[in-house]
Ligand binder design. Structure first.
Ligand SMILES: [Zn+2]
Length: 153
C-alpha cells in the first residue's frame, strides 16, 4: 500500500507534523499538530501499524495492543491532563487505514459542546502550539511509561 498516507508515515517515506507519544510493534500514538496553528490539547490518534482498514480487520495481537493503548493513553489524559471524560472515534472516510481519534473533555466544558468533535468548538477549549504541545506530549509519554506495570495487573 504505497499510496496509503498512514503506511507511508510509519515507513518514514513522508514526514508529518504529528508528535510521537508511544510506539510498539503494533500501534503508534501521536498528538495531532496543525503545523504552527493551535491544536486541541490532548487530541491524539492511535494508528495500527499494519495496513488493516477497519476495527474488524485487526488480528488478535493487534486487537490486544490497540485495546491496551486506548486504556493507557486515556488514563494518562485523565490523570496527567485532568480530562474528565475521553471520547473515541473511528471514521476512516479520509484514509482507509485504521486510526482512532481520541479527544479528552476538560472540566467546565458546557454540555452543548459534549461530544467527540463538539469539544473542539468550545471557545474556551485549551489549544496550543510549539512548547505547550511538546510539554503535553512529554507528560503523556512519562505517564504512560510510569503506568506500564499498574495497567498490566
Ligand atoms: Zn496503510
Amino acid at each position: 500500500m504505497d499510496s496509503c498516507f498512514i503506511c507511508s508515515k510509519h515507513q518514514g517515506t513522508i514526514t508529518t507534523a504529528g508528535k510521537m507519544i508511544y510506539e510498539d510493534d503494533y500501534v503508534y500514538i501521536g498528538h495531532i499538530d496543525k503545523g504552527g496553528n493551535p491544536a486541541y490539547l490532548g487530541y491524539v490518534m492511535i494508528d495500527i501499524k499494519r495496513h488493516a482498514e477497519t476495527l474488524a480487520d485487526m488480528n488478535l495481537e493487534e486487537a490486544k495492543a490497540f485495546g491496551v493503548a486506548m486504556a493507557r493513553i486515556s488514563k494518562a489524559l485523565r490523570e496527567s491532563e485532568g480530562a474528565e471524560h475521553i471520547y473515541a472515534r473511528v471514521s476512516g472516510h479520509g484514509v482507509p487505514h485504521l486510526h482512532m481519534h481520541i479527544t479528552p473533555r476538560y472540566p467546565g466544558t458546557p454540555k452543548e459542546y459534549w461530544g467527540p468533535r463538539e469539544v473542539l468548538d468550545w471557545e474556551n477549549a485549551p489549544y496550543g502550539t510549539g512548547e505547550t504541545l511538546d510539554r503535553v506530549c512529554e507528560r503523556l509519554r512519562a505517564h504512560m511509561e510510569m503506568d506500564d506495570e499498574t495497567i498490566n495487573e
